[in-house]
Design a protein around this ligand. Structure first.
Ligand code: CDP
Length: 229
């Protein structure tokens, strides 16, 4: 059957990854979480003491990009697909508030974006990929056969993310989550390289009052019309 690439963009916690994973499961597509890639680069910078709340030494990080190896693979312990940074599964580490609070500064650096986009192109070259992020429909796959742009109010998004973090046992307050989401919304939308914007040919969907199943049903219909067109 014909395979297509699907780009899902939007701000934090709009339901992109939930939808993307379900599409990938249903269609046997590869799911790529592009945000996890920027989170790994951020973690690497923190581990090397190049990045903290007051300082960001970009040059050594840019110089080390060839030493940062990223791969998506099954984590045998959790039976989930996770990202590996230089051979180590870092799924929990990259979801920490420390990384969340720093990642948008790292993701604004053009050299870093260039390296990530190169890898993302490679992942999508044979089609059959569903990728979520901020610039997938505009920069990474401008020719994706289906582009979705998910929206939802900041308060509902923060509540979703807060509950997710509680379940994972991460100690954080609702206000910290809300403030992180708002600050990333601002940085991601106002940066000069590949800002978060809706591609002109993306379908905008508000996920605030939609069940996961309802949304998936609508999107699967759209995909099937693209595949059969
Ligand atoms: O999980 P959540 O939606 O909160 O964020 P994410 O998808 O893990 O992305 C983390 C951060 O990476 C975003 O806030 C952006 O700063 C950056 N990012 C990006 O610049 N471009 C992408 N394609 C994906 C993420």
């Amino acid at each position: 059957m014909k395979k297509i690439n699907i780009a899902i963009d939007g701000t934090s916690s709009t339901g992109k990854s939930t939808l993307a994973k379900q599409i990938a499961n249903k269609l046997n597509y590869i799911y790529i979480d592009s945000g996890a890639m920027y989170r790994c680069v951020t973690l690497y910078a923190i581990q090397n003491n190049w990045l903290n709340t007051s300082r960001f030494d970009k040059e050594p990080l840019i110089g080390s990009l060839p030493n940062i190896h990223l791969k998506f693979a099954l984590n045998e312990k959790t039976n989930d697909q996770t990202i590996f940074l230089n051979g180590v599964s870092v799924e929990n580490e990259i979801r920490s508030m420390e990384v969340s609070n720093a990642v948008s500064r790292v993701a604004a650096v053009p050299e870093i974006r260039k390296a990530m986009v190169r890898l993302q192109h490679d992942f999508g070259k044979d089609k059959g990929v569903v990728m979520d992020g901020r610039d997938i429909g505009t920069v990474v796959f401008p020719n994706a056969e289906l582009k979705l742009f998910l929206t939802c109010s900041a308060k509902v998004r923060a509540q979703r993310r807060y509950e997710e973090m509680q379940q994972k046992g991460i100690s954080v307050s609702f206000d910290q989550v809300l403030s992180n989401i708002k600050s990333r919304d601002h940085l991601d939308s106002s940066r000069s390289d590949s800002p978060l914007i809706k591609a002109s040919d993306a379908l905008e969907i508000n996920t605030e009052n939609r069940s996961v199943d309802e949304l998936l049903g609508q999107v699967l219909e759209l995909i099937s019309s693209k595949i059969n067109s």
